[in-house]
Design a protein around this ligand. Structure first.
Ligand code: NZQ
Ligand code: ZN
Length: 391
């Protein structure tokens, strides 16, 4: 255990058992990855995999095997729909799940894996009450959208009405993740931008806190940020550049596979606030982050000043002497980067005004998210201030 803030890297354990199969053509390795004789269910989204050839590659790879499918998992996967998949799993005695798509499909599949084995009253308790998950079906994934890191982490986010909630459990870590950068060539620009912004914010939420001397964590984070800055805009202008797509895919995965956040303080307040914007107003996940983050960094700049100044210097190469100016330059450059990726950074970009703020604060209170940030000092009043500066 650490005692004095800023003294040293915290003690930690680290294990990430997800097997990563990276590169063009890796979908063909599925027969080695999915256990022989499995009663397999393939879950996917609204149809992109049928248009970009991924479904065809999957069918070829699994030729000779029996499998069922559950299509139509949408962005921000919905509890009611996922419970239909749970019913199918039970009815057909499915014993292995394969998610094929973006973070929503992977997250949805993780929930199905846990809900199918849940012994309590209602699997919604897994999200609402953090009811313990004691068993889950094994799962693997073919990822087609680099963004969330869900392909090799134990987290899942599920929505139901005005609630967007998450759970974490190592039992839902994918056994394997197939990362073929060519599957991302077909991403629309909006999802390219979303993915880069989401991964960028994941890194910042494990990096922009206070220093504890974690040089490995810091340099890894800064390196990954640099890769996103260098390759993100190129993915928009050169959508079939393999090298660019490969770098983005691996960077987004490492951004949230647990590695860079071990032993250092973390601040997931931008995500917590952003989830309410999605739940109440339907913003894409990354859009919500692009609105909240810059304003939150300004509000918290005093306590984050050392890391913000380091971020300015090492990622944005700011040469300004004055620390406050250097920090402001970093925040402006971050905003401009999000905008360059096509993701608006103001509430007005999504047709929202000041009137949306009280409901967001109420939702945070409803779900007990009233002491956010690495110092637990972001309460709903502060959130209101942060959002009012993001109009
Ligand atoms: O449904 P289809 O037709 O497949 O289309 C999807 C969807 O419309 C499309 N898409 C995906 N791959 C494509 C493609 N279109 C063309 N070509 C491809 N190769 O993209 C759209 C968005 O997909 P989605 O899965 O929703 O996006 P993303 O990967 O950004 O996932 C967002 C979800 O993940 C959660 C978010 O809250 C949100 O619900 N998160 C999960 C995390 C985790 N598990 O660790 C962490 C994140 O912070 C995040 O909260
Ligand atoms: Zn995210």
């Amino acid at each position: 255990m650490h005692s004095i803030e800023g003294s040293a890297v915290y003690n930690f354990q680290y294990a990430n058992p997800t097997r990563i199969c990276f590169g063009e053509g890796q979908i063909a390795t599925l027969p080695e990855l999915v256990p022989a004789g499995s009663r397999l269910l393939v879950l996917y989204g609204g149809g992109s995999i049928k248009q970009n050839g991924v479904y065809e590659q999957l069918t070829q790879a699994l030729a000779g095997r029996e499998w069922l499918e559950f299509p139509g998992i949408g962005a921000n996967p919905q509890y009611d729909q996922l419970m239909e998949a749970v019913a199918l799993v039970k009815r057909e005695r499915i014993d292995f799940l394969l998610a094929v798509g973006g973070g929503s499909v992977v997250d949805g599949t993780k929930f199905v894996a846990a809900a199918a084995c849940f012994e309590g009253e209602d699997p919604w308790e897994i999200l609402l009450d953090k009811a313990p998950v004691k068993a889950a079906l094994p799962l693997g994934c073919v990822l087609t959208l680099p963004a969330t890191g869900s392909e090799s982490n134990p987290a899942a986010v599920v929505s139901r009405g005005e609630a967007k909630l998450s759970f974490y459990n190592p039992l839902v870590l994918p056994r394997f993740a197939v990362l073929d950068p060519t599957t991302t060539y077909s991403l629309p620009p909006r999802q390219v931008g979303n993915g880069v912004v989401d991964a960028f914010v994941h890194i910042l939420e494990q990096y922009l806190t206070f220093p504890v001397g974690g040089e490995v964590q810091d340099r890894l984070a800064e390196g990954l940020l640099q890769v996103l800055v260098d390759n993100g805009p190129r993915a928009l202008t050169e959508p079939t550049n393999y090298q660019v797509r490969a770098n983005l895919m691996w960077a987004a995965s490492l951004a949230l596979n647990g590695l860079i956040g071990r032993g250092v303080p973390q601040d997931w307040s931008t995500h917590a606030i952003g989830h309410q914007l999605t739940a109440l107003h339907g913003l894409d996940h990354a859009q919500s982050l692009a609105v909240v983050l810059p304003s939150l960094l300004r509000e918290q700049s005093a306590q984050k000043q050392e890391k913000l100044a380091q971020f300015a210097e090492r990622v944005w190469h700011s040469g300004r002497e004055d620390r406050a100016l250097r920090i402001e330059e970093a925040i402006i450059r971050t905003e401009q980067f999000f905008q360059q990726m096509g993701v608006g950074t103001r509430l007005a970009d999504y047709g929202l005004t000041e009137s949306c703020i009280p409901a967001i604060c109420s939702n945070l209170k409803r779900f007990g998210l009233t002491a956010l940030g690495e110092q637990q000092d972001i309460d709903p009043d502060k959130v209101a201030r942060i959002l009012s500066h993001a109009l």
